[in-house]
Design a protein around this ligand. Structure first.
Ligand code: AMP
Ligand code: MN
Ligand code: MN
Ligand code: MN
Length: 292
């Protein structure tokens, strides 16, 4: 069992097509892959079941940006029905917020004499524009030295060209995921810049809102932090999830399937033992010719 339940395609800020991501998943020996693009399920409208290697189970997913105490918190939905109207209504609103945020960043960039962001974004296949795309634009223009530099100086909280978005609340994201028959998971809990007491409060409020899982193991997590997240998961009676948050090849510490195994004490709380897990493994429908 090697379940990578957090990965991106070029329909959000990943660089691979769904087909290339599925090929990479098979070559890296995954048994389960969830595609969890930011605020869009567009990838699932373009997947041919023939692209899924025997022995690999694909789960439909999404990663929703939310605001909690003015912090941006990411919630992954696993095993969702992508046709669900409640979910898609929320995702359309989030995509609109993303377009508005990009336009606000474009205005800031133009004032600094940097033109062309919106043209650049229009050339991409993505349905959910994000800061990663803006970072790439700044890199291509020679304005940022690398992605880290772009986020630190230009796009992060106090960045020169940063713009904020009023994302939905945790409750709304969890409600939409559940309405679509999915399981809501709190993504990468220690990547938020909040104190330990605030993190405990976040996890407990997430559970009260109907959230059921915590990402316990993901890329670049040391053994102590993994242990801490396992405790947080068990203390809140949540299910433990695993996922790399893969975006692009070439980032050796964030590749598909590259994360620590769940600690033994989480073994009977692994997300694949959740009673709703079998229903999460939804069949991928063949595209009709008119969809292609
Ligand atoms: P957004 O969804 O537009 O708010 O952008 C968040 C995304 O930006 C994350 O999912 C990451 O892919 C990327 N990101 C955030 N911070 C950094 C960073 N410091 N360096 C590189 N990528 C980052
Ligand atoms: Mn991302
Ligand atoms: Mn995230
Ligand atoms: Mn992600």
């Amino acid at each position: 069992m090697l379940a990578d339940l957090h990965a991106h395609t070029w329909f959000s800020d990943g660089t691979l097509s769904p087909q290339a991501l599925l090929e990479r998943a098979a070559s890296r020996g995954l048994t389960h892959l969830a595609i969890t693009d930011h605020d869009t399920t567009a990838a699932f409208e373009r997947i041919d079941p023939d692209w899924i290697a025997p022995g690999l189970q694909l789960l439909p997913g999404v990663e929703i940006s939310t605001l909690w105490e003015r912090q941006e918190i990411h919630i992954v939905g696993l095993g969702i029905d992508c046709a669900n109207e409640t979910l898609q209504t929320l995702l359309r609103a989030q995509q609109q917020l993303r377009r508005e945020r990009a336009a606000a960043m474009d205005i800031r960039l133009q004032k600094a004499g940097i033109c062309g962001l919106m043209y650049y974004l229009a050339t991409l296949p993505c349905q959910a524009v994000g800061r990663n795309h803006v970072a790439q634009f700044l890199l291509d223009r020679g304005i940022a030295r690398n992605k880290e530099h772009a986020f630190k100086h230009f796009l992060g909280d106090r960045g020169k060209y940063a713009a904020s978005a009023h994302w939905c609340g945790i409750d709304a994201a969890v409600r939409a995921i559940r309405a679509a028959g999915g399981i809501a998971i709190l993504a990468h809990p220690n990547r938020y810049r909040i104190s330990n007491p605030a993190l405990r409060r976040l996890v407990s409020e997430f559970a009260i809102a109907g959230g059921e899982g915590l990402e316990v193991s993901y890329s670049n997590l040391d053994a102590d932090r993994l242990d801490h997240l396992a405790s947080l998961c068990l203390a809140n009676d949540l299910w433990a999830s695993t996922g790399s948050d893969f975006h692009a090849p070439g980032n050796h510490w964030m590749d598909l399937g590259k994360f620590r195994l769940l600690p033994a004490r989480c073994a009977d709380r692994a997300i694949w033992l959740h009673p709703g897990w079998p229903a999460c493994q939804r069949e991928v429908k063949r595209m009709s010719l008119s969809d292609a």
